[in-house]
Ligand binder design. Structure first.
Ligand SMILES: Nc1ncnc2c1ncn2[C@@H]1O[C@H](COP(=O)(O)OP(=O)(O)O)[C@@H](O)[C@H]1O
Ligand SMILES: [Mg+2]
Length: 339
């Protein structure tokens, strides 16, 4: 769930409402909301709708991840994350794209807290104001720099709501931002000097998972200081049988996908992971199968045939200009086609 959009929209709505309402109503006490009340009203809808009993047992987590989230997650991985949370340490998921880091992170955090995790998608210019909170300029002019004009953002909201935070693609942020996050996670509190307030985590639900792709050349290195303070869990491409199981778990159309065809598809992606510049992840394999299934359905077939697999490949695997040939060659070889 991308919260930044939800809170922004709600707040703009609210501010406009405040601006146009009568002065007596505007300045009455009931209009004054504490930060906690604001957080509750901004996030209530998403949080309340998806509340559940926190899930902290490894077995139960694995089972729910599979059944409800359609995520196939290794027992060792879940155990490591739970151990890290019990030790009060944030976790870093590192590995290539499409291996489930973001979805698995969000799902585990949500199960652990018993309510949806909030997501912080990192970018270069992210700073504390974007994740802790900032003052709305018009509101600040009107009411001063106080709680009334302060807009809480996801990190502060998660701490107040006692839920998890997924900090996605941490390498896209700057070092100062990374250190600020770690300081908050270590001390489990957020200080907002402008408000003269300290917010403290009240339960165990506030946990953090970072994701990162170490091979993305556009991204920066993580500092030793950062790495020292997180529990790092590497992600890699799954073995073929596991990848087949993932595709089956995610395959959502009533057209048969023969296991021999699926095996061949997985062979294609694993060759491309070694040879091509664009390395398809399990996310691509899943989409490839789902598109092939839909093509077959549109063509009135009961079963996916090689022709749908090949057609779907042109939209799923042709990602870089000039690499079409490598994809074609690999498919021809694996499927035994003779053009
Ligand atoms: N273990 C898994 N179980 C289920 N689906 C998976 C798994 N790993 C990858 N996927 C596929 O990848 C998608 C999630 O990828 P994502 O979390 O965005 O990866 P990353 O963050 O590593 O780039 C899922 O929607 C699914 O199609
Ligand atoms: Mg991701």
């Amino acid at each position: 769930m991308d919260v930044s959009k939800v809170d922004k929209e709600k707040y703009v709505e609210k501010i406009v409402e405040e601006m146009i309402s009568s002065p007596s109503q505007k300045d009455s006490d009931e209009m004054h909301e504490s930060i906690e009340e604001k957080v509750a009203s901004i996030y209530a809808e998403v949080i309340e709708k998806h509340k559940r009993k926190p899930v902290r047992s490894v077995d139960k987590m694995i089972e729910i991840l599979r059944r409800e989230y359609k995520l196939l997650v290794d027992r060792k991985l879940v155990t490591l994350v739970v151990a890290a949370f019990l030790a009060g340490r944030p976790v870093l998921f590192e590995g290539p794209p499409g291996t489930g880091k973001t979805e698995i992170g969000e799902a585990i955090l949500s199960l652990w807290a018993g309510k949806p995790a909030l997501i912080i998608p990192c970018s270069e210019n992210y700073d504390e104001y974007r994740v802790i909170g900032d003052f709305h300029p018009l509101m600040a002019l009107r009411y001063g720099f106080n709680e009334k004009s302060f807009i809480p953002r996801p990190l502060l909201a998660a701490l107040i709501l006692d839920t998890g935070v997924l900090v996605d693609e941490i390498r896209r942020s700057n070092e100062e931002f990374q250190n600020m996050l770690l300081d908050i996670i270590d001390k489990r509190r957020i200080i907002v000097p402008e408000l003269r307030r300290v917010f403290r985590a009240k339960g165990e639900g506030f946990q953090v998972i970072f994701t990162s792709n170490p091979e993305d050349y556009a991204q920066s290195e993580l500092s030793d200081a950062f790495l020292r303070r997180v529990v790092r869990i590497p992600f890699s491409y799954p073995p073929p049988d596991v990848e087949a199981e993932i595709v089956k778990l995610r395959y959502d159309i009533d057209v048969e996908l023969d296991s021999k065809i699926l095996e061949a598809m997985i062979q294609v992606v694993s060759i491309l992971r070694q040879k091509a510049a664009y390395k398809p992840g399990p996310a691509d394999t899943v989409l490839w199968a789902r598109i092939a299934g839909r093509l077959a359905k549109l063509r009135g077939k009961q079963q996916v045939t090689v022709s749908e697999v090949v057609d779907a490949a042109t939209i799923i695997l042709y990602k870089r200009v000039g690499e079409e040939e490598i994809v074609d060659e690999t498919i021809e070889r694996v499927f035994g086609l003779h053009p």
